[in-house]
Design a protein around this ligand. Structure first.
Ligand SMILES: C[S@@+](CC[C@H](N)C(=O)[O-])C[C@H]1O[C@@H](n2cnc3c(N)ncnc32)[C@H](O)[C@@H]1O
Length: 247
């Protein structure tokens, strides 16, 4: 199939909002991303043993430890760039902690996005932390928006698509090149990309971590752009993507 434009797949080891400012208007088909949930201070203020939890759970680079107002302002500026670079009717998926959903919807609507739904990712084998004293956290959510329109690409292939997805946590086989504390499983990323994009589309992940969105996009014949601040995680993503060329 001929390319719709000449943008090549690319990875950046940089700050995402600044990097997106260099992209052309309306040049991206879809953004699927997993920003820091800004739970660092929240957990700290609850006397949670954050150091221990972080090793398992949080990506603590970048915006995770900011005061809420600063995180909100960073999200606002980032969403303005998403609105500018994403095509009209392009899709935006933001993974987020459930307690932040209302904040993100408000900021995205201010930036020009139309809210569609909030989907759940249910982990079938979560870490059974504190299982004797509370419900074990086994869910994260993804918030679905369309840019400057009410509907965009959606391939349901004749099936009813529930806004609920299930999988195990990221399997060890997907961590061969190094570990990221919040790595998403490829099976979840592939379901989203298959439904929400077309072959050869450009999928942007501006908080790519270990590159799961980009790996899934490449495996499905989509182009990808990944941006990651942390050099260690950037190198994991690069190695995962390079390994696909050797298969
Ligand atoms: C929740 S993790 C993403 C994990 C990813 N979905 C995966 O499967 O590996 C968020 C990532 O965003 C990165 N990050 C934080 N602030 C950033 C910024 N301003 N620009 C680019 N990357 C940033 C962090 O280093 C972290 O790796």
């Amino acid at each position: 199939m001929p390319k719709k434009n000449s943008i090549e797949s690319q990875l950046y080891n940089t700050e995402c909002t600044e990097t997106m400012r260099t992209f052309a208007d309306k040049s991206i088909d879809c953004i699927i991303t997993d920003p820091p949930y800004n739970l660092g201070l929240f957990m700290h203020n609850r006397n949670t043993n954050l150091k221990k939890m972080r090793e398992n759970q949080f990506a603590y680079a970048g915006w995770d430890n900011l005061e809420f107002d600063e995180w909100q302002q960073n999200m606002r500026l980032w969403l303005q760039e998403c609105n500018r670079v994403l095509k009209k009717k392009g899709t935006l998926i933001i993974f987020m902690a459930i307690i932040k959903v209302g904040d993100v919807i408000k900021l995205a609507e201010e930036a020009g996005f139309y809210y569609k739904t909030t989907g759940i990712w249910h982990k079938t084998n979560p870490m059974p932390r504190n299982m004797k004293i509370q419900y074990v956290n086994s869910t994260e959510c993804w918030i679905y928006f369309v840019n400057e329109g009410t509907s965009g690409t959606f391939h349901n292939n004749g099936k009813v698509c529930h806004d609920f997805m299930e999988s195990s946590v990221c399997p060890g086989s997907e961590k061969k090149f190094g570990k990221h504390p919040t790595q998403k499983p490829l099976s979840i990323m592939k379901q989203l990309i298959e439904t929400l994009t077309n072959p050869d589309d450009i999928v942007l992940d501006s908080f790519m971590g270990s590159g799961s969105t980009c790996v899934a996009a490449k495996q499905l014949g989509r182009r990808y752009i990944g941006i990651e601040l942390n050099e260690e995680y950037y190198n994991i993503a690069k190695a995962r993507l390079n390994a696909l060329d050797k298969k």
